[in-house]
Design a binder for this molecule. Structure first.
Ligand SMILES: Cc1ncc(COP(=O)(O)O)c(C=O)c1O
Length: 390
């Protein structure tokens, strides 16, 4: 008989809530994807490459050289204070940040190794560690700001700690690491062999004029870090599943050992299309414009919910709004999220889904990467107590 390696893992909460949204005709503010399309220039580029002869066979294993060069050039422009990544040795194109996350963990975590995960956390971190025989060590981020308590993180470090996984801007809270946070992480790992996996898929979505900061911009951290980004998030193209990992050559080599057996190479025409738009965008207008684009959505959604009883937490980055549900619900957040979809017509993600032990901080997560019309319709429903039973 097959005995599951992940017996406690079911269908992800994001898929569950999307299904519930479809079944109940609720507006889907649950799963983190935009309801608008990637820029036309990118879609046209994909169409061109899809029709053209000659770009339909395997790309080189680490990614198309022209895409890796375009990424290295853009990263060098956006992070002039950090060393320019070497396109040949330090940039690896993956099937979304998901594959990079899994690949890094598979490459470096041995049975019994501990990995520190700050919760609430993206749902794949813990299971991916456990599949390697690793042991997740969970440290809770303090509410309501969700910035790490570095003393608590330090207390979780042991001689078995192999890696610390961080995520800034953070899903689900939107918390953003400051220079002091990165420094604290650097201090904590100094003189150890601990690696850092820095999930920066929302890297450009930092609001209120605060400059985005990457683990790459701290020299001591860069030496021990895998830094992940996602074209899905950056180009409103979550369905394309293309991301990349920046890491020093020796670390990238280890990721590539796994990548070549998991995916081998990411879709060739898609990589060409991304290279076209990156090469053409000399001023990085798209990436630089994302903060204002999403800040406007954040502010629009918050403005629409003002005075409705929803207690909105601050959102320094990312594309999610956390909201306290105390005014509307005395039940657990999962039951409340189901009721919201069925009776109020809005699907959300209960934040307990981001804790391995089901801890319920009494919050739900709205994705505001939506057209104004969707945000307005959702806010209209959220402002009205439900009138009809499910
Ligand atoms: C924090 C975080 N990491 C990784 C991913 C996965 O990125 P991708 O779609 O590029 O695989 C997501 C997607 O929602 C995310 O929120």
């Amino acid at each position: 008989m097959l005995s599951s390696k992940l017996p406690d893992v079911g269908v992800s909460i994001f898929s569950q809530m999307t299904l519930l949204a479809q079944q109940t005709n609720a507006l889907n503010l649950a799963q983190g994807f935009p309801d608008y399309d990637p820029p036309l220039a990118l879609r046209e580029a994909l169409a061109r490459h899809a029709l053209a002869p000659g770009s339909h066979q395997y790309a080189p294993m680490p990614g198309l050289p022209r895409l890796r060069q375009a990424i290295a050039a853009q990263v060098a422009r956006l992070q002039p204070d950090a060393p320019r990544p070497n396109a040949d040795l330090e940039v690896t194109i993956t099937a979304g940040a998901t594959e990079a996350l899994y690949g890094v963990l598979a490459a470096v975590v041995r049975p019994g190794d501990e990995v520190i995960i700050l919760e609430p956390a993206y749902d794949l971190y813990g299971p991916a560690v456990r599949l390697q025989g690793g042991v997740p060590r969970y440290v809770r981020l303090p509410t309501p700001h969700f910035r790490p308590d570095w003393d608590a993180v330090r207390a979780a470090v042991s001689p078995r700690t192999r890696l610390i996984l961080v995520n800034s801007p953070h899903n689900p809270s939107g918390a953003v690491f400051s220079a002091a946070d990165w420094q604290a992480l650097a201090d904590l790992t100094e003189g150890t062999d601990i690696l850092v996996l820095s999930d920066e898929v929302y890297e450009h979505l930092v609001f209120d004029g605060v400059p985005p900061l990457s683990a790459r911009q701290h020299p001591a951290l860069w030496a021990r870090s895998f830094v992940l980004s996602s074209f899905g998030k950056t180009y409103h193209a979550t369905g394309w599943k293309v991301g990349y990992c920046l890491a020093p050559a020796a670390l990238s080599a280890e990721l590539r050992r796994v990548h070549q057996f998991v995916t081998f190479a990411v879709s060739t025409p898609t990589q060409h299309a991304l290279a076209d738009v990156l090469e053409a965008d000399h001023t990085d207008a798209h990436a630089r414009g994302l903060a204002a684009f999403y800040q406007a959505k954040r502010d629009e959604f918050a403005g629409l919910l003002a005075g409705t009883g929803w207690e909105l937490l601050p959102v320094p980055g990312g594309y999610f709004q956390l909201a306290g549900n105390a005014a509307f619900s005395q039940q657990g957040d999962l039951a409340f999220a189901e009721e919201l979809a069925r009776k109020w017509g809005v699907a959300v993600v209960p934040v307990s889904a981001f804790y391995h032990d089901g801890y319920d901080p009494g919050l739900v997560r709205f994705c505001f990467a939506k057209e104004s019309a969707t945000l307005r319709a959702a806010a209209g429903r959220l402002a009205q107590p439900p009138t009809a039973p499910a």
